[in-house]
Design a protein around this ligand. Structure first.
Ligand SMILES: Nc1ncnc2c1ncn2[C@@H]1O[C@H](COP(=O)(O)OP(=O)(O)OP(=O)(O)O)[C@@H](O)[C@H]1O
Ligand SMILES: [Mg+2]
Length: 341
């Protein structure tokens, strides 16, 4: 499937004028069906995997070292794996905006709110508030910048049928937004399988552009992958697909200066006796592609939730509390914090 990049997209990534784009292995000059088959048998299914391979690794496919180097070079060229000057990165960072979560404590933890152009991951057990935060962000993104919003719309990829218009309406009313108008600004896409989820994102650029979307949510990122890929032998394929999916998300967030949010469940770690006995699904791929990770926990009871910044490229780890009420995500008050468990 071809991903069409709209020409009028704001080009934050340096444009590569006449560089050919390859989607599948057979697209690469010099890779015929037989070589492609062999490479795939060896675990190289994507251009991405070839771009980071070494010539020696490709030799068992029966290709010469020179040809292997050519193939790797073409794959790299296709993916914009390039060197960038730090001042260009600085310029890129100046265009980053912040989206409020609805709680000052949570915003402070995040250095002022969720960043655009990056992926923020919320993980935690059921009922910890991941989907509630997603709903709240769909409302907040519509607010003007002086109220912590981006004056834009939201895309909600729903994999577990958790999106609730009723909830959106409650939160909209609390923010004095017209509920009907607020609901119009949230585009919901139900994903039935992991492949469908991938397909939706691969084809999202037109919808994002046409609707001025600057918040892209995948709730949950991992549920389909987790239920469809069971058994160790499917792990490599699952991770490859997740990796590609996350990279598509990063590209969309950069191209549209949008905030990307994914949610993730946790798994018990049976071998841990001290410290945290849970960890997020998705292994290294999700850990390394989420720029900012927040672990959500329920207090012993009641509306209080504890958020911990677990990983950020430049912020210190920290913890804070907020609460979930009919109004949405709100500040926890003095009395509330005593109930923290
Ligand atoms: N209208 C409401 N008023 C107050 N609290 C609410 C309301 N709706 C939901 N909540 C709170 O939010 C909780 C559900 O949180 P949420 O759906 O965000 O969990 P989650 O982390 O997405 O869980 P899962 O892993 O199952 O998807 C409820 O248990 C309740 O405490
Ligand atoms: Mg949920």
């Amino acid at each position: 499937m071809t991903i069409t990049q709209d020409e009028s997209e704001p080009s934050i990534e340096p444009a590569a004028p006449s560089r050919p784009k390859y989607e599948v292995l057979e697209d690469l000059p010099g890779v015929g069906p037989a070589t492609s088959k062999k490479l795939q048998e060896m675990g190289f299914h994507t251009i991405e995997s070839l771009a980071t391979a070494t010539a020696r690794e490709l030799e068992p496919a029966g290709i010469s070292e020179k040809k292997a180097l050519d193939v790797i070079r073409l794959a790299r060229g296709s993916l914009d794996l390039a060197f960038v000057r730090a001042d260009e990165l600085l310029k890129q960072r100046e265009t980053i905006n912040r989206l409020s979560t609805g709680s000052q404590v949570l915003n402070d933890l995040l250095g002022g709110g969720l960043e655009t152009q990056t992926i923020t991951e919320f993980y935690g057990e059921y009922g910890s508030g991941k989907s509630q935060i997603c709903h709240q962000l769909c409302i907040n993104v519509q607010l003007p910048t002086e109220r912590g919003g981006l004056g834009a719309a939201a895309l909600y990829v729903d994999t577990e049928n958790t999106f609730r218009t009723e909830r959106l309406v409650q939160m909209a009313q609390h923010q004095q937004l017209d509920p009907r108008e607020a609901a119009r600004n949230v585009i919901v896409a139900d994903a039935y399988t992991s492949d469908h989820q991938i397909f939706l994102l691969e084809n999202a650029d037109k919808v994002i552009k046409e609707n001025n979307i600057r918040l892209i949510i995948i709730d949950s990122l991992t549920s389909h992958f987790r239920s469809e890929y069971v058994g160790r032998e499917t792990l490599a394929l699952r991770q490859q697909k997740l990796n590609k999916h996350m990279h598509k998300l990063i590209r969309l967030a950069r191209a549209f200066n949008a905030t990307a949010v994914v949610t993730n469940q946790v798994m018990a770690k049976p071998d841990v006796f001290f410290g945290d006995s849970v960890h997020p699904i998705g292994g290294h791929v999700v850990a390394h592609t989420s720029h900012t990770r927040i672990y959500l926990r329920k207090a012993s009871r009641g509306p209080i939730r504890i958020a911990r910044l677990v990983s950020s490229p430049y912020l210190p780890d920290g913890e804070g509390i907020f609460k979930i009420t009919t109004n949405g995500i709100e500040e926890a008050e003095e009395g509330d914090s005593k109930r923290r468990g």
